[in-house]
Write a protein that binds this ligand. Structure first.
Ligand SMILES: Nc1nc2c(c(=O)[nH]1)N[C@H]1C(S)=C(S)[C@@H](COP(=O)(O)O)O[C@H]1N2
Ligand SMILES: [Mo]
Length: 427
């Protein structure tokens, strides 16, 4: 593609400024890149239309996966009000469900960063266009643009900070990202409704007459528009290739250069899979987990039942192959867990027949994830365990010794480690 044609004659003030004064960002002549144009913007816009819709849906699913309406301890956004209208009981099948939805959410979000930046760059001149509003509709459209641009930057920045730096916003990442998503998406719907027909036309035609985005005085091109798109795509591919590995094992995992996350090196062997928070980080004292001291306390209609680890090992033990998938986008492949079924523990606590919800507490004294509530469908699933062993060995301290919960399809946050107490049926 060659340079864009001038969109009509250069206005008089433009000519004047070119000759005598440096132009301002509000004058069309200020923006010189020959790459800008409706075709370039429309292609990026259509990629984002699909990509951001997927981000929005997988993001809402992630919130639903926490089962926030089940218990206040699961709800990181308690003031959501009507925005929780779509919540549903998160299923337990397929067991890789959250691994997929959240892996897609985070990996796609990272991959779209170059596309987003290129798209914003391509329309920057329009953000400065004068007059600020020609009519009421135009004014509304421009306000929606501010929410759109502000919202999208906010969502990408909070998302990336959360997966890279972990809790930069103490306790508040979830509401910020959740409310931000709704504000942004409302503006996004308005924007798409206004622009989609034009965007589709522009992509088909390659270029449009009276191209508002094309510079009236373009510099000589150093790369074609197609070439620039390949560069953006290459940037996305690079980000994809250096972040997707966090959802896989072995060599592939080592390609996840952009994800320094994950506390200590889990090493190899049976416990050689990702550890987000170590026992030391969670403040778990080895003295509390010893055979003599640790007891699992079950509460239900049968009263209070106290079990040592040896008692648990004498109960019927079952195995399930299940992954761990964190909200931060990383996941493990299936690990081979062995322990006592949650529904068997419910029965011990006096719930025969259909098991109820359960509230699980750990030995940990501080931290948002020290406790979690599980829904009845999760307790009832025969693959849901209070795991005592993983991959043929006792759980290591960092994987939750003496016992941890593992539930199919659930976000990692519901797989409580260092379990101390389970209260059935009183949420
Ligand atoms: N007691 C306790 N259990 C916990 C957590 C925690 O902070 N405390 N973190 C949860 C989170 S967010 C994840 S993703 C899973 C997996 O963490 P791991 O890789 O550290 O085992 O453990 C969960 N269980
Ligand atoms: Mo997590």
């Amino acid at each position: 593609m060659g340079r864009a044609p001038c969109a009509g004659p250069v206005p008089a003030y433009g000519r004047h400024m070119r000759d005598h004064a440096p132009p301002l960002p509000t004058s069309p002549g200020f923006w010189r890149s020959p790459l800008r144009g409706t075709w370039f913007t429309a292609v990026l816009g259509l990629v984002l239309l699909v990509g951001i819709t997927v981000l929005f849906v997988t993001g809402l699913l992630s919130y639903a996966a926490y089962n926030p309406n089940l218990s206040p301890v699961n709800d990181k956004t308690p003031d959501k009000g009507v925005l929780g209208f779509y919540l549903f009981a998160w299923p337990t099948s397929p067991s890789w469900l959250y691994r997929l939805t959240q892996g897609v959410h985070v990996t796609l979000g990272i991959t779209l960063i170059p596309v987003l930046l290129a798209k914003l760059w391509s329309v920057v001149p329009r953000l400065f266009a004068l007059p600020p509003a020609r009519s009421l509709t135009h004014a509304l459209e421009r306000i929606s643009l501010l929410l759109l641009v502000g919202g999208v930057l906010f969502e990408f920045v909070t998302g990336v900070l959360n997966i890279q730096l972990d809790y930069v916003f103490p306790g508040s990442f979830y509401p910020l990202h959740f409310y931000g998503a709704w504000v942004f998406f409302a503006a996004f719907v308005v924007h798409v409704a206004l622009r989609l027909p034009t965007a589709v036309r522009n992509v088909r035609r390659m270029r449009q007459e009276g191209d508002l985005l094309a510079s009236p005085r373009p510099d000589p091109p150093t790369v074609s528009r197609r070439g620039a798109l390949w560069l953006v795509g290459g940037g996305s591919l690079l980000l994809f290739a250096t972040s997707a590995g966090r959802s896989f094992d072995g060599v592939v995992r080592e390609t996840a250069l952009l994800t320094p996350h994950g506390g200590s090196d889990p090493g190899s062997g049976p416990g050689g899979f990702q550890i987000n928070k170590t026992a030391r980080y969670a403040g778990i004292d080895a003295a509390e987990t010893g055979e003599e001291t640790w007891r699992l306390v079950l509460t239900g209609p049968a009263g209070t039942v106290r079990l040592s680890r040896a008692d648990l090992l004498r109960l019927p033990l079952h195995s399930s192959s299940l992954p761990i998938a964190c909200v931060e986008g990383w996941s493990t492949s299936d690990q081979w867990w062995r322990g006592v079924r949650l529904r068997d523990l419910a029965a011990l606590a006096g719930h025969h027949g259909d098991p109820p919800d359960v509230f699980v507490e750990s030995l940990q004294r501080h931290g948002a994830f020290r406790h979690a509530a599980l829904r009845a469908n999760q307790v009832a699933d025969p693959r849901s365990l209070l795991a005592l062993q993983v991959n043929g060995e006792d759980l290591g301290p960092d994987h939750g010794y003496p016992a941890r919960v593992i539930v199919p399809a659930a976000p990692g946050v519901l797989n409580t480690k260092w379990v101390a107490r389970m209260t059935f049926g009183e949420l």
